[in-house]
Design a protein around this ligand. Structure first.
Ligand SMILES: *Cc1c(COP(=O)(O)O)cnc(C)c1O
Length: 392
């Protein structure tokens, strides 16, 4: 028997790996010291654990430990990177380039800056969700101070030409930020080879705890500076004050290490499972794949079932946890919006509302894949019968 609900929403968050939890536990009750209390042993133990985690996290993206700043998650890292650069370089220029398919926290940060007088260029993407590096190049002006392009999209999984854009930024001397929340621990990242200056990510997307994230800030060639957005006692080189979430950071470090050690093996497994699910679901009539056919996260599947309302489908299918194209971005039920990402790849509202995102992960089994495919198919035919009878 399969355990329900079957979880296939790994882009939203992931369960904490048991090995991560085990590593965290002593830091709640036994080693509970403040990592900034350097006058006694409890503080030293906490500080040492934080620095070990920082080293593991830095290594995963080929950075130096001092280039990693801990935050509360990717939302905070993105806010800190974008507003931090904009506010510091205000006298140098006021133009920022980003794309249509960024996470809301990037787009909303840019919107706030726009109200402060910055000029934002939001680049379109192609039908597969990919930004063209040439478009980025053509958008650059003398006043461009920052380019922010996500590494891999959280809805359709498309992976962007990050190395190409990085090279461009290097040549033009423009700060390059990437939101790599879906990519770290899933696909190889090298901040040196890819010329990345700032990179955001979060622990809870890679089997670590929620509420902890990081921002990579390049320290040389060129040194990248930002203005802090939270002021206080000067933690994290003064760039992000506040007592460190020691247990969370220890868990984050362990989660990154496991993800890196097991990435290759896990990706092969996920790739096969995802393709198995894809094949089964695309057999359903009037279904189509969203996102890039090949340059896509191995655990992502985003499908439109034309003529079916995905919210209705999910209500009927409460033993499967997936996500709809009308992803609720806030906790208010009335605020269901058709996804800006699906809109950007050219889906109209009706298609957008007929779309389902599947996110596979470490604990997804072949049995679960087959179960979900079967459930989708049977609920879909039920809904179709209803609608042909005029019931819905
Ligand atoms: C989940 C996610 C975020 C937000 O991360 P939080 O840690 O929840 O703040 C930002 N960007 C992308 C691409 C994400 O997938």
């Amino acid at each position: 028997m399969i355990k329900t609900p079957v979880y296939m929403d790994y882009h939203a968050t992931t369960p904490v790996d048991k090995r991560v939890l085990d590593a965290m536990m002593p830091f709640f009750t036994e080693h509970f010291g403040n990592a900034a209390s350097l006058q006694h042993r409890l503080g030293w133990i906490a500080k040492e654990a934080v620095e070990i985690a920082r080293k593991k996290i830095a290594k995963a993206i080929n950075a130096q430990p001092r280039e990693i700043i801990f935050t509360s998650g990717a939302t905070e890292s993105n806010n800190l990177a974008i507003k931090g650069v904009a506010h510091l370089l205000r006298s140098k220029g006021n133009h920022i380039i980003t794309t249509q398919i960024e996470h809301k926290c990037v787009l909303e940060s840019c919107k706030t800056l726009e109200a402060e007088g910055f000029r934002i260029s939001i680049l379109p993407i192609d039908q597969f969700g990919k930004v063209n590096a040439n478009d980025v190049k053509n958008a650059i002006t003398d006043s461009t101070i920052l380019i922010s392009v996500m590494f891999a999209n959280n809805e359709i999984g498309t992976v962007q030409p990050i190395a190409e854009i990085g090279k461009l930024c290097e040549e033009k001397g423009i700060v390059f930020h990437t939101d790599a929340t879906q990519a770290v621990g899933r696909i190889p990242i090298d901040v040196e080879a890819m010329n990345i200056h700032l990179l955001s990510f979060a622990s809870h997307k890679m089997y670590g705890p929620k509420g902890v994230g990081a921002l990579y800030i390049r320290s040389k060639n060129p040194r990248t500076a930002i203005e802090p957005q939270i002021n206080g006692a000067g933690h994290e080189h003064g760039l992000r004050s506040g007592t460190l979430n020691v247990a969370g950071i220890v868990g984050f470090g362990t989660a990154v290490q496991i993800a890196m050690d097991e990435m290759e093996e896990e990706n092969i497994r996920l790739f096969h499972l995802r393709n198995r699910l894809q094949e089964k679901i695309l057999k359903i009539e009037n279904s189509s794949l969203n996102g890039h056919p090949t340059e896509r996260l191995p655990n992502n599947l985003n499908i439109t079932l034309h003529g079916i309302n995905s919210d209705q489908l999910m209500t009927e299918m409460n033993d499967v946890a997936v996500s709809a194209g009308s992803a609720c971005t806030s906790e208010e039920i009335g605020d269901m919006q058709y996804s800006h990402v699906l809109h950007a790849i050219g889906l109209n509202e009706e298609s957008g509302r007929s779309t389902i995102r599947f996110g596979l992960g470490r604990f997804t089994s072949e049995e679960e894949v087959d179960y979900v495919a079967e459930r989708i198919n049977s609920v879909r035919s039920k809904l179709r019968t209803f609608s042909s009878l005029g019931v819905v």
